[in-house]
Design a protein around this ligand. Structure first.
Ligand code: R5P
Length: 283
């Protein structure tokens, strides 16, 4: 199998190819003078199977992924790994006239098999023409948490959507979990339903799939601190960390931000490469 790392997932593609000992092909990513993207796979495709690894954090990342898929269309089998799938949060028509953006993105991706890491909602998998698989990174996040020196820890899900993550991550650790209920008022503003949690003098890890504006985490940190939590850590699968979110988290009192490398950021201390490698090996 050949592996192609897209521009947004070079580190992760490198790590996956290290584990699997497969060819890692080099591509060229640049722009034409008018701003359009130019993509070229520089190495020859040598195998019947190619795996393209590319997160779609930005619109350009999505175009790069489509270009890479098209460049490989003569290969017998194309696997596409989208560690972080952008637009997945628009998985419904919330207001009349809106698109289901996750469906539009999924339908544009032509491949034989698609792998996504902790997709925002599993219903999105049905929109792909190809067999689409959701990979769970909570075991590797849980392993990281296990090695932290924490005082009587508790894992908190900041909303009902992330309860499954908190449950799975805590499962093999012998750590309890609890959850909050969130109301989103706008893209940036959220509020938490008041709830008393057993956090006094305990270290708490808030776990969510995505940190974007940081609004969800900042509100949760404030609530936990007001209830006497000792240190508050935030952990997520996908560190989108847009705009000034990192500053917001530290101002709210976070001790450390923990994230995976589905998006390559300074806080990406947990690698999902073993999770992706296992899935590719098993196919
Ligand atoms: C929402 O459903 C997600 O699970 C996250 O809670 C959300 O994307 C976080 O966004 P933000 O950091 O902007 O509050």
């Amino acid at each position: 199998m050949d592996i192609i790392g897209g521009p947004a997932s070079q580190l992760l593609a490198g790590r996956v190819s290290n584990i699997l000992k497969n060819n890692l092909l080099i591509s060229d990513f640049k722009r034409f003078p008018d701003g359009e993207l130019y993509t070229r796979v520089l190495d020859d495709l040598t195998c019947d199977v190619v795996t393209i690894i590319q997160s779609t954090v930005t619109d350009s990342d999505f175009v790069s992924l489509l270009q890479l898929i098209d460049a490989c269309r003569d290969v017998s089998r194309i696997n596409v790994v989208i560690p972080y799938m952008g637009y997945a949060r628009q998985d419904k028509r919330f207001k009349p006239g809106e698109p289901i953006s996750a469906r539009a993105i999924a339908e544009a991706i032509k491949a034989d098999k698609v792998y996504i890491v902790n997709i925002h909602d599993e219903s999105i998998l049905d929109h792909f023409d190809a067999e689409a698989v959701n990979l769970d990174s909570t075991p590797v996040i849980g392993k990281y948490i296990k090695n932290m020196k924490l005082m009587d820890p508790l894992i908190i899900s900041p909303d009902e959507g992330a309860i499954g993550l908190a449950k799975n991550a805590s499962k093999n650790l012998g750590i309890d979990y609890d959850f909050l209920e969130k109301t989103r008022h706008s893209g940036e503003i959220v509020s938490m339903k008041p709830k008393t949690l057993a956090v006094k003098d305990r270290d708490v890890i808030i776990l969510d799939d995505i940190i974007s504006t940081g609004g969800t985490m900042a509100e949760t940190i404030a609530l936990l601190k007001s209830q006497g939590a000792h240190e508050v850590y935030v952990a997520c699968v996908h560190p989108v960390l847009s705009s000034n979110s990192t500053l917001k988290l530290f101002r709210a009192g976070v001790k450390e931000i923990i994230a995976t490398d589905t998006i390559d950021k300074g806080v990406s201390v947990v690698s999902v490469a073993p999770v992706i490698a296992d899935a590719l090996r098993a196919q």
